[in-house]
Unconditional design. Structure first.
Length: 225
């Protein structure tokens, strides 16, 4: 079977760095699904606005090479412990496919790009190819009181973000809220902890520079890309 993109994703992230590790971790994070010309058909989206959530099947298109290892090092385990690739959500997998559940904010039928689906909480980079969309159905997709493997043993730590007023003014209110929530998740690789190291994270057309000292993330500046 050959598959081709039905759409591409618009996101404030122009690189992989800083993107939340799972969908839904930053619920306010906005993105758009823009269909390729072949699928800009209003009929294909008929009824989609009646669902609160959808599943996206997409490609880890920024992977520099094809994965071949049977084990991976999940970031949630600090990058030090190995698990089987099929017991993880690692982007480095035999077929580089991602799966995300995102909230439907609106379905806009008449835009300059044809029908566009605006969503919240996605973990996709700008330009990511999307191969399919399916509605989230609670009676089949929601499972209560289940085991989640090594994830159950891992604490999702959040940082306190120091955002200078001159940087905050650069972003629209909804962008600023999402940026702070993303930074709270600590975008750094888990194996890095140097408080003197400066990191840069592309977001909404700016390179946001920051340092992390203990449980505080200090934003230094934001430079237009």
């Amino acid at each position: 079977m050959e598959i081709e993109p039905i759409a591409h994703f618009r996101s404030p992230f122009s690189s992989k760095f800083g993107i939340p590790k799972q969908s839904g971790l930053v619920e306010s994070l906005r993105g758009e699904i823009v269909f390729v010309p072949k699928y800009r058909n209003r009929d294909a989206l008929r009824g989609l606005d009646e669902f609160d959530y959808i599943w996206l099947i997409w490609e880890f298109s920024a992977n520099p090479h094809k994965a071949s290892a049977p084990v991976v090092r999940p970031p949630v385990l600090g990058g030090n412990e190995k698990v089987g690739v099929f017991a993880s959500r690692s982007p480095f997998r035999p077929n580089a496919l991602g799966l995300s559940s995102v909230r439907v904010e609106s379905v806009e039928m008449d835009t300059a790009d044809g029908p566009v689906v605006r969503v919240l909480g996605a973990d996709l980079m700008d330009g990511t190819p999307i191969y399919d969309i399916k509605p989230y159905v609670a009676y089949a997709d929601c499972h209560e009181n289940v085991r989640c493997g090594f994830v159950d043993r891992s604490v999702n730590r959040r940082l306190h973000v120091d955002m200078p007023a001159d940087v905050a003014r650069i972003f629209a209110p909804d962008e600023l809220m999402s940026l702070c929530k993303v930074l709270e998740l600590d975008p750094r690789p888990r194996y890095q902890s140097d408080p003197d190291k400066t990191y840069g994270m592309p977001f909404a057309g700016y390179d946001v520079h920051f340092r992390v000292d203990g449980d505080r993330l200090i934003v230094l500046d934001a430079v237009r890309l």
